[in-house]
Write a protein of this length. Structure first.
Length: 184
């Protein structure tokens, strides 16, 4: 990715790696923790897709698929009284690049982090504005600007990585796999 000038960012919710380009549509729901239900939120997305003629269904523990191929991955972040449930829809993503950048390496890592759920993927070939309209029911939806420098900075991307093991060596926030010291 670095050789191709593709930035790496780490999201607050953790989870598996996600490829983003202009062919993705990202969505997020922030809900009260007391009334949040992942199934309810997944069903909201699936209902909108079905209204648009997409026969979507839950896939694995955090995905949405069509005919056994993943079209959406989701992640969750629980903070105090609220839950952030967010995901991405593959609309017209460059699947060659997606496979290239997300192909797992040969390095065995032992971690307590949530494991990825690799699956065959496909694009929906639906216009993003059509999906946004279906989600919003005619209401304008907020579009958020992301603090890219914060989420791509070394201190966040690697310096806050959960502890993991590689070849028997423990890596913590103080040191990444390349041996670079963490300097807050």
């Amino acid at each position: 990715m670095a050789d191709d000038d593709i930035p790496l960012a780490r999201r607050i919710s953790g989870g598996g790696a996600v490829f983003h380009d202009l062919g993705n549509l990202n969505y997020a729901f922030i809900e009260p923790r007391a009334s949040y239900g992942a199934d309810h939120t997944f069903n909201r997305v699936i209902r909108v897709l079905k209204e648009l003629g997409v026969n979507a269904e839950p896939m694995g523990r955090s995905g949405i698929g069509v005919g056994g191929k993943k079209i959406s991955g989701n992640a969750f972040c629980y903070r105090r009284n609220h839950v952030l449930h967010h995901g991405t829809l593959l609309l017209s993503a460059n699947l060659d690049k997606l496979h290239r950048y997300l192909e797992p390496g040969t390095i065995a890592i032992d971690t307590h982090a949530v494991r990825s759920e690799p699956a065959p993927v496909m694009n929906l070939h639906i216009d993003a504005e059509e999906i946004i309209e279906a989600f919003g029911g005619g209401m304008p939806l907020p579009r958020l600007d992301v603090d890219v420098p914060r989420f791509t900075h070394w201190d966040w991307t690697y310096g806050q990585t959960p502890k993991f093991r590689h070849k028997g060596e423990v890596f913590t926030r103080a040191r990444n796999a390349a041996g670079r010291a963490f300097n807050p």
